[in-house]
Structure formats: structure tokens, C-alpha cells
Design a binder for this molecule. Sequence first.
Ligand code: IPD
Ligand code: CA
Ligand code: CA
Length: 265
Amino acid sequence: MKPTLDFVNQIAVNAGDILKNFKREDLDIAHKSSRDLVTQADYASERYLIDAIQQVFPGHAIIAEESGESGGSKEHQWFIDPLDGTLNYAHGVPFYAVSIGYAYRGELTLGVVYDPERGELFSAQRGSGATLNGAPLQVSQYTELVDCMLVTGFPQEADNSQDDNAANFIRFNTQAQTVRRLGSAALDMVYVAAGRLDGFWQVSIGQWDIAAGCLIVQEAGGVVTDLYGGPDYLQTPSTVVCANPVIHQKMLEVLAAVRAERGVA
Ligand code: IPD
Ligand code: CA
Ligand code: CA
């Protein structure tokens, strides 16, 4: 049995309420690595989401950031980030979200990102468009990079020595209107879907970070590929670029030029 968008919307809001109800001063914060954190809010939200899904869909496969793969039939595949933007959350910066994607037979069909601080629910069902609190979303229509506010992220665990994205950041910062680094890939992507931001890329990113956002951007008229223009953005770790079709193509060209200059394949 397949889930409905209503079901995914409801569990995303419930998980967001769990995150919002923790008091910062009571948070237990642990290090996953020297630069990466996890809090008991991440675990509480993830536990709630996995239980809620397994209660109704016991045979489904789930990939969740904190607990990994939980088995089940990959015909029904869930991707869960129970708290995207943990560093923001732990520092009291109110920019974080719950992200839930669902794929049927390998194709993303449902995506929901919920921002509990603003009560913003971004949702999409394949073929039915993307919405924010029920209102339709569309990517921006700019055709020149110089008009675009782009956004990116940097993997927390990386030592930033190989392809550290800094060269891409600097190049886009001179060619686009500006570049932001906001700390939640899920919100970055749905802001592109909403036309608030005009393009997002990241070099190393998890499936749970972007699955929901990919569908929401596509259903808002955007294009999503890996950094090379191909379809492998749901591998882990993967690369991703999304924007309206014209800006997406221009972003791919800039990224390829930076790679060529650096002698990186
Ligand atoms: C992180 C955020 C950040 C991105 C990192 C992710 P987390 O997720 O999405 O924007 O740049 O690569 O790991 O750890 O806060 O769930
Ligand atoms: Ca994440
Ligand atoms: Ca997370």
C-alpha cells in the first residue's frame, strides 16, 4: 500500500512540533565528529517518524539519517531527515526543517519539507505540482546569473581538502547576484521551488537531505541533476544542482569551468 500526501504532511508537522517543543537549554548535544553535532531532538523526531511509518506501512524500506537503513521492501522507499539544519538548531538559529521523501519503484512520488518555526509546509506529489501551505509554487524565471541569489552548503564531516566547494562558491559569488549559505539543504531547495532563491548546488550531500526537495523543485517547474548534468543525485554521497531550466544550464557550465581550471574530473 502506498502512502498519501496527507499522511506525509501530517507526520512532518508532528515531527516539527517535537523539534520546536524542545527547550534549547535542556538539549543534550553530542558530537558525531569534531564539527558535526546531533541532539536528542534529532533522535526524538526520527523515532517518531519511523514508528509512525512502520505502524501503517510495516513492510516499507526506510533510510533515516541517524539510524541508517531499516530493511523492508525497496519497492516502497522512504528518505527521512528528522532535523535538517542541526547546527542552526543547536545554536538557536531558527532555520531548520523536517524532510520526508517517498519513492515508489525507484521514482520519487511524494516530498514534504516542514519548517516548524514559520509553520511553512512545502509539499509535492509527482504530477500534481508543489505547494506551500496549499498555495502553488513556481521557481523563479530569471535567465541571467547576475539576477540570481544562489545558495549552497558544505558537508559537515568533510576535511574540505579535495573538492571543497570553495572555488565554486567564489566563482558564483562573482557571477551571480550573490550566494547564501543558510545551513539547511532541505529549506534551500524548497526556497528555490518557491522562487525565493534562484538556484542551489552542493558537492557532497545525503539522500535524506534532498529527496523531498528534489521532487518539490521539479514539481515547481525546476530542473534537478547531479553536478555533471546527470540523474545520479540520489546516490549517497551525491552532488546536486537545481534551478529553473535556463539558470540550471548556466550553473552546470560554471561548475564545469571551475572543475576544468582546477584539473578535477
Ligand atoms: C546538513 C545541512 C547543510 C548541508 C550539510 C547537511 P544536517 O544537514 O543540510 O545545509 O550543507 O551537508 O549535512 O546535518 O543539519 O541534517
Ligand atoms: Ca540534513
Ligand atoms: Ca539531520
